[in-house]
Design a protein around this ligand. Structure first.
Ligand code: ATP
Length: 503
């Protein structure tokens, strides 16, 4: 695995996985562009998730909802009121920080001041942040007296009172910018699933339990985007909302925890690198009955959330439904006078309408990329003493499956055979197969090691009957990325050989 974030950042840029967004105009913080290899790896991760969670199950449907949503969706979901982080400004340099990020490194000092100023101590870090947020005037004093430093300048800052900052991106819809003509870029894909619940049920005749899966972009105006693609403002999520009979929710929660851990394992991210955080009651989001956060051990950052698996009770459908009063909701929801749909489904035993409970496994594609790359990253010292970097990606995730390399790029008899092989292998539908005549063979091997290509196929003079050994006619050399073994394979058997290896 990678030892530092820096190693990954440099590989990603050098080989074309990830670039800074809007780079030629100085870059835009919190936005990244996925390059030629990044888009392949990302697509492969998403395809693996879709295969496992939609195709390989019979209790799941897919969805692709729109990104810009009606403001009432985000009002009734609770995001207008609560999707905000407290933040503070440093009056000395006008830099703005998230309160929790700012306090994190000096929490002992701040805690001591809070105890003194507010006459009570907070029992943990979230409680400390909550106390500061609830008492803005004293918070600003506490930050000053504790001598909290500005992470940018390193100097003690002059801090304002914490203010809530809503992280949703708002945009004008249509030609007239009046009071009601705005919508939001969705801050999570989940809301599109809840608002389509009735459509999916009615069009598929689903009965409980079943789930809806969606992959797509979400947008959060993070105050401090950082750590490469770990915290970005335009992100992609892979989310499932699994609807079940109230009372069976705890079992399904455990089911999904297990499923998701084994999926990560199959992508090369082992369980031993993921800590399961059973989020303490007092830290739970208002809609959550219980949440497991999967905390992957990122290089440089340490354990940070890669996926959250939440039991959201009947909060979401209960918030978006009409006739809330008749439905015996368990969750505490705000009144909804706007919705025109009753979001219920017949109970499988009684046939009475019921608002199902929801289990939500929600993973970030960008954070998945980072974890997959980090686990695959390997530095090896070879027998001859030289060092190589190799990405030991699982073959189904590799951006390029096979590179076909003609040993001489100006010899028609060789290049035509190589092109024919590329065409045949491409036709297998395994993913990208690359015809590669960009440099000498050693350089090509090094490049393909670094981007994780499982096999390189070389067409040489022996292949076309112009070498030393006539027995080698119509055979090619196949080089294995991980073992470096080179094997001579008959062209007529190459497709099935590759297919067997990449399955
Ligand atoms: P964090 O506490 O790190 O901000 P969160 O608890 O707000 O994350 P959720 O709302 O649970 O995250 O979102 C589900 C998943 O979406 C996360 O597990 C993560 O993989 C991904 N995600 C959330 N915010 C971001 C972001 N700003 N950049 C990249 N991925 C993100």
């Amino acid at each position: 695995p990678a030892q530092s974030m820096e190693e990954l950042v440099s590989l990603c840029k050098r080989r074309g996985f990830i670039f800074q967004g809007s780079e030629i105009y100085g870059g835009l913080q919190g936005f990244y562009d996925y390059g030629p290899l990044g888009v392949e790896l990302k697509n492969n991760i998403k395809a693996a998730w879709w295969r496992s969670n939609v195709y390989e199950r019979d209790d799941m449907e897919g969805l692709d909802a729109s990104i810009i949503m009606h403001r009432l969706v985000l009002r009734h979901s609770g995001h207008e009121a609560t999707f905000s982080d407290p933040m503070v400004d440093n009056k000395k340099n006008n830099k703005r920080y998230r309160l929790d990020h700012l306090v994190k490194d000096q929490k002992a000092d701040v805690m001591a001041r809070v105890t003194e100023l507010m006459g009570q101590s907070a029992e943990n870090f979230p409680a400390l942040v909550a106390a500061l947020n609830a008492n803005p005037a004293q918070a600003s004093t506490a930050l000053r007296e504790a001598g909290v430093r500005d992470p940018f300048s390193g100097e003690v800052g002059e801090w304002t009172e914490p203010k809530p900052f809503n992280m949703m991106f708002k945009t004008t819809i249509g030609p007239v910018a009046d009071e009601d003509s705005y919508g939001y870029l969705r801050p999570e894909t989940a809301q599109g699933i809840f608002t389509n619940f009735k459509n999916v049920v009615d069009s598929t005749s689903r009965r409980l339990p079943f789930g809806i899966a969606q992959i797509g972009k979400a947008f959060r105006n993070e105050i401090t985007p950082r750590n490469f693609i770990f915290r970005v403002r335009e992100l992609e999520q892979m989310e499932i909302e699994f609807f079940c009979v109230p009372g069976t929710d705890e079992q399904w929660h455990e089911h999904w925890l297990e499923k998701r851990l084994s999926w990560w394992e199959a992508q090369g991210v082992p369980r031993s690198k993921i800590e399961i955080l059973d989020v303490p009651k007092e830290d739970l989001a208002h809609y959550s009955k219980r949440t497991y956060d999967l905390m992957y051990d990122y290089p440089t950052l340490g354990h940070e959330e890669i996926e959250g698996i939440a039991n959201r009770s009947d909060y979401d459908l209960g918030s978006h439904t009409k006739a809330q009063g008749e439905l015996g909701l368990v969750a505490k929801v705000e009144e909804n006078a706007d919705s025109v749909a009753k979001l219920t489904i017949p109970h499988p035993d009684t046939n009475k309408p019921v608002v199902p409970f929801v289990i939500e496994p929600s993973a970030g594609v960008d954070r998945a990329m980072l974890a997959v790359l980090s686990e695959a990253f390997t530095k090896e010292t070879l027998e001859n003493g030289s060092e190589r970097i190799v990405l030991k990606l699982r073959p189904h995730l590799a951006p390029i499956k096979v590179a076909v390399i003609p040993l001489a790029r100006n010899r028609e008899e060789i290049t035509s055979v190589a092109r024919a092989i590329k065409g045949e292998l491409q036709g297998l539908g395994l993913g990208r197969v690359l015809y590669e005549d960009s440099g000498n063979i050693g350089k090509a091997y090094r490049r393909h090691d670094e981007v994780g290509t499982p096999y390189c196929v070389t067409v040489d003079f022996d292949t076309v009957g112009k070498g030393e050994d006539p027995v080698l006619t119509d055979t090619v050399t196949v080089r294995d990325r991980d073992t470096l073994a080179q094997e001579r394979v008959k062209i007529s058997e190459l497709s099935s050989w590759i297919q067997a290896k990449l399955r």
